[in-house]
Design a binder for this molecule. Structure first.
Ligand SMILES: [Zn+2]
Ligand SMILES: [Zn+2]
Length: 224
């Protein structure tokens, strides 16, 4: 019995860490991109981020109607459980270790903390946790996300932000952050554009080069 509890507890910790990456992916591709799901994109990027901006006076609620645009739909948790449970079952089956309930508990706890803290960030209450340095830190972390939407994609557990290079603070120089972003996300696109520009330039210079007795042999040598 103790052995089972230990494995489930260990699974809880490991899956909790994995959920930081799941949240990162979900936030980036379901909340801030319309490609996979237009509804979640609209609710988060077009409504939540428009109603709550990064300036202190705009980061917290101002009109009661804004409060309903903070939490996810009520069926989000059942959907996450239904989506991730097969993976937990598969892991338990493959490893033959009792880890399923630890994974399930990790989703419920992670989701509960996410929704509770995210709500408190935008709608301050009278909870003791709001006075803790941890809450002040994550509230500021999320405020920076409301300014730079593709930064700080984790709400309360920025493990994936640190690993994936999307962690930033209000004092990170924008120039450095943008350079890093361009390097990470646009290297391939930039390389393709440069290659295309170089090819076009070469083609253009070929077309413009007058055929002279010295240039002609060079071209034929290249072609050969
Ligand atoms: Zn928010
Ligand atoms: Zn967001």
């Amino acid at each position: 019995m103790i052995r089972v509890l230990l494995y489930e507890a260990l699974a809880f910790v490991v899956y909790f860490m994995c959920l930081s990456f799941f949240e990162w992916w979900f936030h980036k591709f379901m909340f801030h991109s319309p490609k996979l799901n237009k509804r979640t994109f609209r609710q988060h990027t077009l409504i939540h981020h428009q109603e709550f901006k990064h300036k202190p006076e705009e980061y917290e609620w101002r009109a009661p109607r804004e409060k309903k645009n903070i939490a996810m739909d009520w069926w989000a948790l059942p959907l996450f459980v239904a989506t991730l449970s097969p993976a937990f079952l598969l892991m338990q089956f493959v490893t033959k270790l009792p880890t399923f309930w630890g994974g399930l508990a990790a989703i419920v706890v992670y989701y509960g903390i996410y929704e509770f803290l995210h709500y408190l960030m935008h709608v301050p209450g009278k909870f003791g946790v709001e006075k803790t340095p941890f809450f002040q830190f994550v509230k500021e972390h999320h405020r920076v996300h409301h300014k730079y939407m593709l930064r700080n994609l984790n709400v309360f557990f920025p493990l994936a932000d640190l690993v994936m290079g999307t962690y930033r603070t209000a004092t990170t120089p924008a120039r450095l952050d943008l350079q890093a972003q361009a390097k990470r996300e646009k290297t391939q696109a930039a390389a393709a554009i440069l290659a295309q520009a170089a090819a076009e330039e070469l083609q253009q210079s070929k077309n413009e080069t007058p055929v002279t007795p010295t240039a002609a042999p060079a071209r034929s040598a290249k072609a050969g």
